[in-house]
Design a protein around this ligand. Sequence first.
Ligand code: GLA
Length: 709
Amino acid sequence: MTPRALSRLLRLLRVPLTASLLVGLMAGAYSPPAAAAGRAPAAGGSTPAARPPAAQAAGGPVTPDGLAATPPMGWNDWYAFHCDVNAQLVEQTARAMVSTGMKAAGYQYVNIDDCWLAHSRDASGNLQADPAKFPGGIKAVADYVHSLGLKLGIYEDVGTATCAGYPGSFGHYQQDADTFASWGVDFVKADWCNVPFGDFPGMTEQQVAEKLYTEYSQALRAAGRPMVFSVCEWNPSLRPWTWAPAIANMWRTNNDYGDTWGQVLGNLDQETPLAAYAGPGHWNDPDILQVGLGGMTTAEDRAQFSMWAMLAAPLLAGNDLRSMSAATRAILTNRAVIAIDQDPLGAQATRLSHTPGADVWVKPLANGDRAVMLLNRGDTPLDIATTARAAGLPPAGAYAVRDLWAHTTRESAGRIAASVPPESAMLYRVSPLRAGAGRYAPLTDVSVSPSVPPAYPGSQFRIAQPGQSITVPATFRNDGRAAVTHAALSLTAPGGWDARGAPATAAAVPAGGQLTGTWQVTVPPGTASGSYPLTGTATYRWNGGQAATGSGGGSIDVLVPPTGTPYLDQLAWLSAVNGYGPVLIGRNYYGGPLTIHGVVYPHGLWTNSVATIYYYLGGNCSRFTADLGLDGSDAGRGTVDYQIYADGTKVYDSGVVTNSTPTVHADVSVSGAQILELYVGDAGDGISYDNADFGSPQLSCGIPSPRGA
Ligand code: GLA
């Protein structure tokens, strides 16, 4: 299979393409647990960060080569094109970088990734481009890119072959560096595949990485042409941030990732303990942007761009610049956000607060301002707040709060808060206001918090049923430094819904004050499953008469309980977390059917421990049955433990299941339960080969009866 066909397949399977995965699969030797070793730690990062040498901390001196004083900006072909790279694509992309305004916004590097090479070196051992893909060679492409005022990047590998199997640089570092310099290359990404560890007996992988990348760096410097050095050592357990700042301009902080919100958050979280390692000339690299690749919503793409800017990350667009939408272009060329990334202080943001749903990140800026990001990680609207003082700003009577996506400025007495839509981020530039606060409308915040009870006491899920009546408080807060007058707060429910309650009103809402109203909202009988928005809208006057409005949202998740005897793969889960890759429906990780001891299950789930999957039963089901066992693709080596919970109470435990355990049949009562939880543990021996199936997982349910007011 070609790498492109392979990566398409993996995309369909929603499996992240990693270097080791790509190489292993091409060699027919891959097993998920091997790559799982390189996965990001959980939110917050579990690896304690050693202190970086003082000279490398944020604000320290630029590296001696003077390159990358701010994070490099450009484009890389890998995620959009994989091995389909050629001179035409690179030249068209360079033209697009100019015509779309990206060059004017600061993008410079047009970077060729893997697969540009011929399969062998020439008679003198020199690298050569694939003659079909680059008929004029790389120098001609570099000349063209330079003629547009842009720079050219190239890709190699410190091992014997690139990740896609083309000649690697091992044994040729100086020769290849000289070749790149002679071609006019400006940026070199050096990958981490096919490293001959056997040549370095007694050395750890980390020591080998440090040695080889240091030699590569020295070769590039000796080649006599300024070339940004990008270390693509993608295994975070080798902690490149501890050794790369002295030898490279950027280093990867994570394995390859995919075009999903969860994976973008994973890369962000991986950077949490690493802020002190970044600074002018040397940057943490959470990888190429996924913006515009199509897997995320516009709000998610915008949020990723905000996150990368806060991280002072290299901004390498990964999409097809020749055909991007206006929305994608607007994201990639938002100069106010780019200015946060490119701020000359070069400080990486730190996380001020974190809950499973909401993050607040803060980045100090060269002129004393602070960039503040309010990030809603979850799938319901959230009110997220911090203060200017908590963000590190000095005391002031008022602060200017510039919204870098809406391009509006409000004035705040100190609180910085917003109702943040699901899976999105607000990004502000905040500065103390010495005078003239009266010019700006006050920063206000409307929050809507439907009080749907938890599915059972302590449950994380709050789900409404058709017919249910729900109390909905909403609050308007004035965070400005003066009172607002003529305030009214109203609530809008979806069309056809009954929302009882009059608008809340107040002649004046003082600075720091609030206005609260309560409504009684009924989900109409017959409402289909879905997430339904509720919007609070406040109208008021400020500065003695100017009219303004503010709004904020909440939502009610409605689910209709299952009926009849559905298989779980026919229902939508509430959430599913797998040890490696996503939980898969009706097939195993390799695309084959679910198979336990030779029996094929057309219905079922593939998991990899530790996995947790939740389903909504709504009290309408009585039994759950399933065949449990390791999938035939586990190479006979997995060890797991299946547990089943009804409303948080364990109703089943399989004990340890290995490949020699006959198929286990679970048959449990779930009578009256709201939530079914399936859990696959690693049975205490790690997650290697733990590819565990639920064969024919089936519920017995009744006819739903509306719960109601
Ligand atoms: C590795 C790198 C990717 C890309 C591919 C090319 O997976 O991490 O960024 O360069 O190799 O094969």
